[in-house]
Design a protein around this ligand. Sequence first.
Ligand code: NAD
Length: 391
Amino acid sequence: MKILIMGVDGYIGFPLALRLLNRGHEVYGIDNFITRKRVANVNSDSALPILSFKERNARIKKYFGRNVKFFYGDATNPEFMYRAIEKSRPDAIVHLAEQRSAPYSMIGLKEANETMVKNITSTMNLIYAVKDIVPKAHILKLGTMGEYGTPNIDIPEGFFEIEYHGRKDMLPFPKNASSWYHWTKVHDSNNLMFANRLWNLAITDVMQGVVYGTKTKEIADTGLYTRFDIDEVYGTALNRFTAEAILGMPMTVYGKGGQTRGFLSLNDSIQCLTLALEKPPESGEYRVINQFDEKYSVGQLAEMVQDIFKREYGIVPDIGHVENPRVEREEHYYNPEHRKLEELGYRRTKNIEEEVIDAISDLSKFRERLNSLKETLMPRTFWRRSSYDYT
Ligand SMILES: NC(=O)c1ccc[n+]([C@@H]2O[C@H](COP(=O)([O-])OP(=O)(O)OC[C@H]3O[C@@H](n4cnc5c(N)ncnc54)[C@H](O)[C@@H]3O)[C@@H](O)[C@H]2O)c1
């Protein structure tokens, strides 16, 4: 299959490209390296060293005999997107090329607008370019489980049957996001759903849980790390806790730590996306998949990291509770469905403990680098203080 990955230089895009090449697909990629720049702008960096994309691609060729056919450019530029799709004429496009940090979107109005405009525009460009050039191509778009929020009822996969005033209908489940970033994903989902109704495009909208870990089979084989962010803006909870425990710092659990979310390992995220590509929706179908493996509260994750350190290294890292910078429920019901991936053949490959042990081993090789990121770990971006400096 010919597959175009938008965001091929990112945490998920890079290992996905390796997996797809390994499985014999022809891989095209788009990136403008903006995550590297945005992370540098908040005085941080990937905790694992990563090569430039050019160097990565040269190494990929050594391993696989082929590499990624790469287009450098901004997905929010419609001319660029049309050109890239015209030149590659893919069977499927994976859209990962968005501003993906909730805290970044909450720094202030500038970052909120940047996230809104960039994320929504890139998806609109993709929709139109596919419709005009390759209308049969499958769009695989990364959304987030965070689109649903934390309602006090079960969360279905996209749609649910509702009865109101004696009448029934199958409707999109109401979304209730908790950052400007997460709202951009809701808007994207609405736009994709409408594009499907207008033009019968085949779309998979993935509601992805929080991804953790450093390893996939191909990363282990090639030694080519993917980026790994741990700072308060770009790092996700379990990745940050692992780094904090290695550094001997208390793990920064926000508030009471009762916030429950769906999680999955990097390897299984790549497995899910590969399955969704190789088993596409019917022509003209808008398919929503809830993509996560297990649900944990943030406090449970910290306890798990503590247990692993105790058992494997005889060290007991502290669990610290810091003021929650976010506006979110700290204790709530959470029961999302996730059946469709299993129906496609998904089976978990790695449990959370194995993945954390691998991450500890990878990160420990770069202690100095981790040390230099110490100052970036404590929360500084507070949802209610988000503002605009107009002076
Ligand atoms: N990592 C997670 O835990 C997680 C969870 C849920 C959803 N997601 C979603 O998955 C997607 C990928 O996440 P990730 O963690 O790999 O993020 P990432 O920031 O590491 O990767 C995104 C890549 O896209 C590129 N990019 C961004 N905007 C671009 C643009 N306008 N033009 C061209 N390139 C652009 C970036 O430079 C980067 O290389 C995102 O949409 C994110 O919202 C991620």
